[in-house]
Design a protein around this ligand. Structure first.
Ligand code: GDP
Length: 460
């Protein structure tokens, strides 16, 4: 996607509501001619004489032919999402009407919008920075309370403000040091190296925090990767099904038939858990099963939460201790869940209560104690972290830039330590500024923008 001027001055049009039949559909136009174009096919008031933020009833006509009765909302530049003239036409939601209206406007000189072009224009016209524009995409796609909150927080400013402020302070230092370069003969120091060090260290603390928040951000956006691990027939599929409340995994009487991974998402208390159903914990001699098992090990390492499920009718303490030991070595938080409490051996339960007092006892088949399980799952992922309103990085691009910024800042610190010459110091600072600027969009390339906005749908 390129941004030559003629393209930027086009008036663009797209359906803003989802494709398909609905009660109403909203067609959006943005650009200098949005209002005059609409006026030329609208019968009702003269739209060019109306105030911004007003709604008008009338008909859209192709010559003498009425296409539809509509409501037209006017947003006069710069008081609109794109900061351009914007018209939103609410038509009846038939695909025939939508097509006719859009075709009519294209004949009159509008151009079909590219994916994300409305949001792109909003960004280019300074409505918000790049990190905020990306948050618009995240907000549209958020499907849980936690991801919604993170996106909303970012769209309303989030860490952009924080980063911009620190960047400005760094710019100040960069220019002072560059000024010194002009006065090499005089051997003056405009920028105190001690102050610079203090600022860099402060920046590093903030950047480290943001980098650390990415793990959490990623989880919020994509769900907590959760593995149910246990030997064949422990009841993993039954549990998953019980939690999903629908038959998404094949429950089988035959040991070891659950070989493939079935990923499913479950919303627990506003957080998405991405369940990865697995073939089993143990190495076996069966080849297919063994592949399943080594894949299980891989999956378990990438999980943020493991539900270790064992069959209370068919497991002894030796086995449980061995499995728990393995899991502890893995270092991923896990819950010990005994299944089939409806048929359990009471002695085993007593022993477990003594040796593993943190175990949970459920019946996946009878759907018993599943609420306890859900609560314990939520406790383990420490929900408070999700709700602090703290700044959370959810975007891999921001994460990349933050990591690069950190390295450049460490270079600056190192430069101060070994007292490198000013020109090199200035270069390292400039590089830090560059990566910081990438996050908020002060530094962009066409490729980067095209990549970001192509992830939007048409009409956004
Ligand atoms: P997986 O191999 O770990 O996925 O185990 P499945 O979910 O296929 O379950 C194995 C068998 O245990 C099936 O016959 C289930 O009906 C049965 N089962 C699962 N949960 C329970 C339970 O809570 N109580 C009893 N009695 N049987 C269960």
């Amino acid at each position: 996607m390129s941004f030559n001027l003629s393209e930027k001055n086009d008036t663009i049009i797209a359906l803003a509501t989802p494709q398909g039949v609905g009660a109403i559909a909203v067609i959006r136009l943005s650009g200098p001619e949005a209002i005059s174009l609409c006026n030329s096919v609208f019968k009702g008031k003269n739209l060019e004489k109306q105030e911004s933020h007003t709604i008008h009833f009338g008909t859209i006509r192709d010559g003498e032919k009425i296409i539809d009765e509509v409501l037209v909302s006017l947003f006069i530049a710069p008081k609109s999402f794109t900061k351009e003239n914007v018209v939103e036409i609410s038509t009846h939601g038939s695909s025939y009407i939508i097509n006719q209206v859009i075709k009519l406007f294209i004949r009159k000189g509008a151009r079909p919008a590219k994916p994300g072009e409305f949001t792109q224009r909003a960004f280019l016209n300074g409505q918000f920075d790049l990190a905020q524009a990306e948050a618009v995409a995240d907000l549209i796609h958020s499907d849980s309370e936690a991801s919604h909150q993170a996106a909303l927080n970012q769209m309303r400013g989030g860490f952009s403000g924080e980063i911009q402020q620190l960047r400005n302070q760094l710019i100040h230092f960069a220019s002072m040091i560059e000024l010194e370069l002009d006065f090499v003969e005089e051997d003056v120091e405009f920028a105190s190296r001690d102050d610079l060090r203090v600022l860099i260290e402060k920046l590093l603390r903030v950047i480290e925090q943001l980098i650390a928040s990415f793990d959490l951000g990623n989880v919020i956006k994509n769900g907590v990767p959760t593995v149910i691990a246990g030997k064949p027939n422990a009841g993993k599929s039954t549990l998953l099904n019980a939690l999903l409340n629908e038959e998404k995994a094949i429950v089988s009487e035959i040991a070891g038939t659950t070989r493939d991974f079935i990923e499913d998402e479950i919303n627990i208390g506003g957080v998405i858990f991405r369940f990865i159903d697995t073939a089993g914990l143990r190495e076996t001699t069966d080849t297919i099963e063994a592949i399943g098992v080594s894949r299980t090990q891989e999956k378990m390492k990438t999980a943020s939460l493991i539900l270790y499920l064992f069959d209370l009718t068919d497991t002894d303490m030796v086995e449980i201790n061995r499995d728990v030991n393995k899991l502890e070595n893995l270092g991923v938080p896990f819950l010990k869940v005994g299944n089939k409490i409806d048929k359990a051996n009471p002695q085993l339960i007593n022993d477990l209560k003594e040796k593993h007092p943190d175990s949970l006892f459920i019946s996946a088949g009878q759907k018993e104690n599943l609420d306890d399980l859900r609560n314990r799952i939520l406790e383990l992922v420490n929900l408070d972290k999700f709700r602090t309103g703290n700044t959370i990085v959810t975007n891999i691009r921001h994460y990349d830039s933050l990591v690069k910024t950190r390295q450049s800042l460490l270079d600056v610190l190192n430069g101060l330590d070994i007292q490198i010459t000013n020109d090199f110091l200035a270069m390292d600072i400039r590089r830090s500024l560059h990566y910081l600027g990438e996050i908020t969009g002060e530094i962009t390339t066409d490729d980067l923008l095209a990549n970001i906005f192509s992830k939007f749908c048409i009409g956004k």
